[in-house]
Ligand binder design. Structure first.
Ligand SMILES: [Zn+2]
Length: 418
């Protein structure tokens, strides 16, 4: 798939590029969606530029303190839809983009993304992350037609949002290792080419860590490019597997818990980065086992009781348990023979598994990188209670039918509670 990403050039800023883009495609009517933070920093200038051409612009500017992609906000945007063939413009970060993505798709209109913070790699995603009935749901929608990266605005974003974007990319260190684990042990579809592209986004951000920490225009450009490319990898692969592993499932777990308890959730990338440190610790414990010890541990390992697992899913996940039980079916329905075969596969691939674990940075490396971009490195900094991240580590592997170090750690008895 080809979604153009526009960066400003010395000759042309992003708004001029947007006008040229619309001119070339005879786009004359727009629905701009922003909130009270993103409208003054970018939305207004875009609106004025479009109006100056004599074009038709309708807008929705959310006035609430916090924008949530839930029924209230979706309907606020939806009621403004009319019969005119408008191009939607999402002026904002992940949440506003998801609202626009969903509403434009359901009204059969395309949209353009104008991010105001380099906070997440989901701008080009085909699905919207929504909150429906206070439950987080991923709903198929559409990717944008193009992304316009207004660098001065992006570089001016709150440092916490820049750090969150960096954190979302940092999580790829875990996601890539988990993906390969899934390919080796669980026959998950894998693409070496896409894995190499995701690795390149990670490497580019690691190299630019201090520039990103300083929020320089060049640092933010590199970060934005990495976020865009990571999103394109998911789009090209057809699902989020290349860019999401245990660290993302933990983050989703925490987000769902906070939503249910009516607590304010920290930024997605901030949670992903923190969770990555905990998963990294599990990878280290895996590395400390040699083959002989693995043989012993596997001999002692028994097939988890499916009834007990289903009970656990019901207790932990409540109203969404039924859909998770269906998702987990390949694990829940594993036979003793299948479990023995899986254990054998772990031994057959032992050296490869150890090699890929060796590529995962250690928790202090994660912490050092996060501190350099001004990110959070403790649960308290993200308003999480003691023990909550551990809960996520223990239970979030029941969330998806994907193989991660948490699944492997469970078989090897690396962490009680998995
Ligand atoms: Zn993410």
């Amino acid at each position: 798939m080809n979604i153009p990403l526009f960066f400003p050039t010395p000759q042309q800023d992003t708004i001029a590029q947007l006008i040229e883009y619309c001119e070339a495609r005879s786009l004359r009517a727009f629905m701009l969606i922003a909130d009270r933070n993103t409208y003054p920093i970018l939305g207004q200038a875009v609106e004025q530029a479009l109006l100056a051409r004599g074009w038709d612009v309708k807008k929705v500017v959310f006035e609430q303190d916090e924008v949530v992609p839930d029924e209230t906000f979706l309907v606020q945007a939806l009621v403004q839809a009319d019969q005119v063939e408008r191009m939607y413009l999402a002026v904002g970060s992940g949440t506003l983009t998801d609202i626009t993505r969903f509403v434009s798709h359901r009204t059969r209109r395309p949209f353009l993304s104008l991010p105001t913070a380099p906070s997440v790699d989901g701008f080009t995603s085909p699905s919207a992350s929504l909150v429906l009935g206070r439950i987080k749901k991923t709903v198929i929608s559409q990717p944008p037609q193009a992304v316009f990266a207004h660098l001065p605005v992006l570089a001016d974003a709150p440092q916490a949002m820049i750090a969150a974007g960096f954190g979302d990319i940092l999580g790829k260190a875990i996601a890539l290792a988990d993906w390969k684990l899934g390919a080796l042990l669980w026959d998950e579809p894998y693409s070496a080419e896409i894995a190499a592209r995701v690795r390149a986004t990670l490497d580019a951000c690691l190299k630019a860590v201090d520039e990103i920490g300083a929020a320089s225009v060049s640092g933010v450009e590199k970060l934005m490019f990495a976020l865009f490319d990571s999103g394109m990898c998911m789009l090209d692969f057809g699902n989020s597997r290349p860019a999401a592993g245990a660290e993302h499932y933990m983050s989703h777990f925490l987000e769902m818990k906070l939503l249910k308890e009516g607590r304010r959730a920290a930024l997605h990338g901030a949670k992903v980065a923190l969770c990555s440190m905990y998963v990294s610790d599990l990878y280290i414990r895996f590395r400390q086992i040699d083959r002989a010890e693995a043989v012993q541990r596997l001999q002692a390992s028994v097939l988890p009781d499916a009834q007990a697992d289903m009970e656990r899913i019901r207790t932990v996940y409540g109203e969404i348990a039924d859909s998770l039980i269906i998702e987990q079916a390949p694990f829940l329905q594993m036979t003793p023979a299948g479990y023995e075969a899986l254990k054998q596969r772990i031994l057959d691939h032992w050296d490869e598994l150890q090699d890929l674990a060796a590529q995962v940075p250690h928790p202090p490396t994660f912490a050092d990188l996060l501190l350099r971009v001004g990110g959070a490195v403790t649960p308290q900094a993200l308003n999480l209670l003691p023990g909550e991240v551990e809960l996520a580590l223990h239970h979030s592997h029941l969330f998806r039918n994907r193989f991660t170090i948490c699944k492997l750690g469970r078989i090897l008895g690396l962490e009680p509670g998995l």
